[in-house]
Design a protein around this ligand. Structure first.
Ligand SMILES: O=c1ccn([C@H]2C[C@H](O)[C@@H](CO)O2)c(=O)[nH]1
Ligand SMILES: [Zn+2]
Length: 138
């Protein structure tokens, strides 16, 4: 891999994927969320014997960052990686969660183990996303 900001972030997503807990699907996914202050939050999917409780890598990374106090406007880029023929495509739940915290044009990098890399954004991933518009103080 060449050394660009997005490939560096994708390498962090790959590192996150190593920690996936996916004994049911055996489908490991990793994510890495770059904050504007330079922090990187790695995520992995975390499954559960009660299948609907499985949490995707993307939401693990976002929730980890939010749990440390980061909010909308604090994020710079997300990378996601999975073992898919094409760059991995986030599920609908993750697209909605991304839309809560990411600026519509923030880069979302989707990749696969073969090195394919695709740039997208919340604007492209979820047009017409649901929005409550919470008060700025929240
Ligand atoms: O973008 C995706 C797609 C799927 N998964 C997880 C959920 C589940 O644990 C497994 C199979 O769907 O992969 C993610 O983490 N991210
Ligand atoms: Zn998801």
């Amino acid at each position: 891999m060449s050394d660009t900001p997005e490939t560096t972030l994708m390498q962090r997503a790959h590192a996150g994927r190593e920690r996936a807990y996916a004994p049911y699907s055996r489908f490991k996914v990793g994510a890495a969320l770059l904050a504007r202050d330079g922090q990187v939050f790695e995520g992995c999917n975390i499954e559960n014997g009660a299948y609907p409780l499985c949490n995707c890598a993307e939401r693990t990374a976002i929730f980890s960052a939010v749990a440390t106090g980061l909010r909308r406007g604090d994020f710079a880029a997300l990378a996601v990686i999975g073992d898919t023929p094409q760059p991995i495509s986030p599920c609908g739940a993750c697209r909605q969660v991304m839309s809560e915290f990411f600026d519509p044009d923030m880069p979302v990098w989707l990749g696969n183990l073969g090195g394919l890399l695709q740039r997208t954004s919340v604007r492209e991933l979820l047009p017409g996303h649901f929005e409550m518009a919470p008060p700025a103080t929240d």
